[in-house]
Design a protein around this ligand. Structure first.
Ligand SMILES: *[C@@H]1O[C@H](CO)[C@@H](O)[C@H](O)[C@H]1NC(C)=O
Ligand SMILES: *[C@@H]1O[C@H](CO)[C@@H](O)[C@H](O)[C@H]1NC(C)=O
Ligand SMILES: *[C@@H]1O[C@H](CO)[C@@H](O)[C@H](O)[C@H]1NC(C)=O
Length: 414
């Protein structure tokens, strides 16, 4: 009996969440359903995995059991076509190796085309910084809610005396968006190993935080594939849905405005936290941005939708005074991405899709970083990013980032 209990406790402690009682609702964007669609996008009780403003593209909502019937009726009332699709069984990654061996790993052990765990990512960054110490620096810039170090990788040749311009990239602030950190590593690897970028890196520094939410990411790998927030425990029960904060609602700029219809509570996916900038991850990032006073661009990597979103996100019909410059650069990035495999991202004001306050690109723009964007990477139906996506998405996003870097390089020369 005791043995049975022990086994039961052990397996419970390692339970891996499945969502067989949930369902995906998929519907296409059309001219005709624009109003209906806009209202749905704004409905914060719905967990949208993909919003697609492009006509004929798929939108994907992840419905809880108690939302399925009412949402189905909502569509039927408006005669909007939709499909329901079962949520697949999630296969959780098995740790590739014993952790003790990771510290001894070399560059060649890290797989760019895999979703690596945090230890593997850290080992990779450490070895890059060691091997390329003339232009790659690794820094711990803070810690996560559960005390994991947060890493910032700086790529750029030292320029004595004068301060260089910088481009800052953050990834995986939302735990389940694995494709964003794999893309960040693709960018890092390309910049470090392809010597054709050397000229660029003598004028522009690239700062990358490839894993801003390591606690949440590991939770999504081990326990709950759909986890989005950090793992700050406001609740003593770690299995509870009321753990964590949506870090991309926590930044102290128009934080959690009271004039919106819906204020997410502590158990909601988009819970903005108890106060602006309350979270370790957010606070650490804010400190770094304050210190790096010469940043010209900020790119927040998210997934999904194939979108380039520009500020402001906190309110509709509020645009930065230099919005035309932002839009112009966004289209250059779009063309860069397009050149890779003909994938045409859509450039859009983020509030035109849905309101989101306290987000990183708004905060970055408000602190004076000229080109601040959110990129929503890749577009498919299911929330099951496969490793096969890593390379094509990495390549196309790098092509876009390269255009941004080259343009900033030219701005500096002029
Ligand atoms: C820049 O500084 C480094 C070390 O601080 C030094 O080795 C190098 O010679 C300097 N380069 C120039 C161009 O002054
Ligand atoms: C290095 O970068 C250049 C310019 O973007 C590109 O044409 C070339 O294919 C890259 N080389 C490799 C090995 O990826
Ligand atoms: C890509 O989108 C832009 C508008 O954002 C449009 O002008 C262009 O024609 C599109 N290109 C293709 C090949 O569809």
């Amino acid at each position: 009996m005791l043995l049975f209990l022990l086994i039961f406790c052990f397996s419970f402690a390692h339970s891996q969440k499945q969502y067989s009682d949930h369902t995906y609702l998929i519907f296409k964007s059309t001219q005709e359903n624009l109003n209906f669609r806009s209202n749905l996008y704004k409905d914060e009780t719905l967990d949208f995995l993909q919003r697609s403003p492009q006509i004929d593209a798929d939108n994907v909502i992840f419905l809880k059991p108690d939302q399925i019937e009412q949402t189905r009726q909502r569509f039927q009332r408006e005669k909007i076509a939709f499909e329901l699709e079962d949520v697949p069984h999630f296969d959780y990654p098995t740790p590739r190796e014993d952790n003790k061996r990771i510290s001894r790993r070399s560059l060649t052990d890290f797989k760019l085309t895999a979703f690596n765990d945090v230890d593997e990512q850290v080992a990779f960054m450490k070895s890059l910084a060691k091997k390329h110490s003339d232009f790659v620096e690794l820094e711990v810039f803070g810690k996560s809610a559960q005390g994991k170090p947060l890493y910032l990788l700086k790529i750029g040749y030292p320029l004595n005396g004068t301060k260089k311009s910088g481009v800052f990239i953050d990834a995986n602030i939302h735990a389940r968006e694995w494709i964003t950190s794999s893309t960040a590593f693709w960018i890092i690897n390309e910049l470090v190993t392809n010597s054709t970028h050397k000229d660029l890196l003598t004028k522009v520094d690239v700062y990358v935080v490839p894993m801003l939410n390591p606690d949440g990411y590991m939770w999504s790998r081990k326990r709950d594939r759909m986890w989005r927030r950090n793992r700050n425990h406001f609740s003593s029960n770690s299995e509870s849905d009321c753990v964590g904060v949506d870090l991309n609602r926590n930044f102290p700029f128009h934080w959690s405005p009271r004039d919106i219809d819906f204020v997410p509570d502590q158990c909601h996916q988009n819970y903005p936290g108890p106060e602006p900038g309350s979270e370790e991850e957010t606070k650490s990032l804010m400190k770094v941005l304050k210190r790096l006073s010469t940043l010209r661009a900020y790119i927040a990597l998210h997934s999904r939708g194939d979108l380039i979103l520009y500020p402001w996100g906190f309110a509709k019909n509020h645009l930065p005074p230099d919005v035309h410059v932002l839009i112009e650069m966004a289209h250059k990035i779009r063309a860069g991405i397009f050149s890779s495999r003909g994938n045409n991202f859509t450039v859009l004001n983020s509030a035109d899709m849905y309101l989101a306050a306290g987000i990183a690109h708004d905060y970055a723009k408000s602190s004076g970083i000229k080109y601040s964007y959110t990129l929503e990477l890749t577009k498919i139906r299911e929330y099951r990013p496969t490793e096969a996506e890593i390379e094509p998405v990495g390549r196309e996003v790098f092509a876009g980032i390269l255009v941004l870097l080259q343009d900033i390089f030219l701005e500096i020369l002029l």
